[in-house]
Design a protein around this ligand. Structure first.
Ligand code: 13P
Length: 250
């Protein structure tokens, strides 16, 4: 079996001010065997990169624009992320897709731009509830389409991690059963290998996201298809985050 990198990503969304972030960072216990990332507001990237360096706790942006500069009011560019020392970015999060109307085509532009800038990308994919209600085959078709459209034109899966986040599981307190997640991760591996015409699907880390907490993490992480988690709500509490890390280290 492939020895894939394990990740735990805390996506803070629009939560936490600077002093709350500082307290969180003081409380969290950073292991050496797992890559840990937190994605705070853009406003705190500069300070948190400095506060956490050098350590195994990495800082990620929750989004970015695809251009390096220009008349794009309210946007942040890849060049700006690199300038503040942030080398990681989450792209295609379901809230960006569904609340802010980001299309696969837009996400593809962002991913190509991130690749040019040598940023590490966590690409989120996952089916919405309406698709999920039509059955697993339809959900798989949907995720495959998202992947193919988002990764189009890229020459390598290097620096890409995929997060499978079924939209209906995000913030709902419900997770799919493990077999469902594992099947989806296997599909993602097949599609990634087919896109890049190699076996990168086997080495790429695929994380699960959607209502992960310290209670369900143990079961989920026991499945060899799941290389870690991207956590929203439960990542806001450093003690809860520590508990998830403990489960992953066991
Ligand atoms: P929850 O863990 O709150 O369901 O959010 C998941 C998520 O959106 C992480 O990116």
């Amino acid at each position: 079996m492939m020895n894939r990198t394990k990740y735990l990503i805390g996506n803070w969304k629009m939560h936490k001010n600077f002093s709350e972030a500082e307290t969180w960072i003081e409380t969290v216990e950073i292991p050496s065997s797992i890559e840990i990332m937190i994605a705070p507001s853009f406003l705190y990237l500069y300070s948190l990169v400095r506060l956490t360096r050098p350590s195994n706790l990495h800082i990620a942006a929750q989004n970015m624009h695809y251009e390096d500069e220009g008349a794009f009011t309210g946007e942040v560019s890849p060049r700006m992320l690199l300038d503040v020392g942030c080398h990681n970015v989450i792209l295609g999060h379901s809230e960006r897709r569904h609340t802010f109307g980001e299309s696969d085509q837009l996400i593809n532009k962002k991913i190509c731009s991130a690749a040019e800038s040598e940023l590490f990308v966590t690409l989120c994919v996952g089916e919405p509830e309406l698709v999920h209600n039509n059955g697993k085959d339809k959900a798989m078709e949907y995720v495959e389409k998202q992947l193919r459209a988002s990764l189009q034109g890229l020459t390598s899966a290097l620096r890409i991690t995929i997060a499978y986040e079924p939209v209906w599981a995000v913030g709902s307190g419900t997770t799919p059963n493990i077999d469902y997640i594992a099947d989806m991760h296997r599909l993602i591996r097949r599609v990634v290998s087919s896109i890049f015409n190699d076996n990168s699907g086997e080495s790429i880390s695929i994380l699960y996201g959607g209502s992960v907490n310290s209670v369900n993490a143990q079961n989920l992480f026991a499945d060899s298809e799941i290389d870690g988690f991207i956590v929203g709500g439960a990542s806001l509490d450093a003690m809860e985050f520590n508990k998830i890390l403990e489960v992953m280290e066991e």
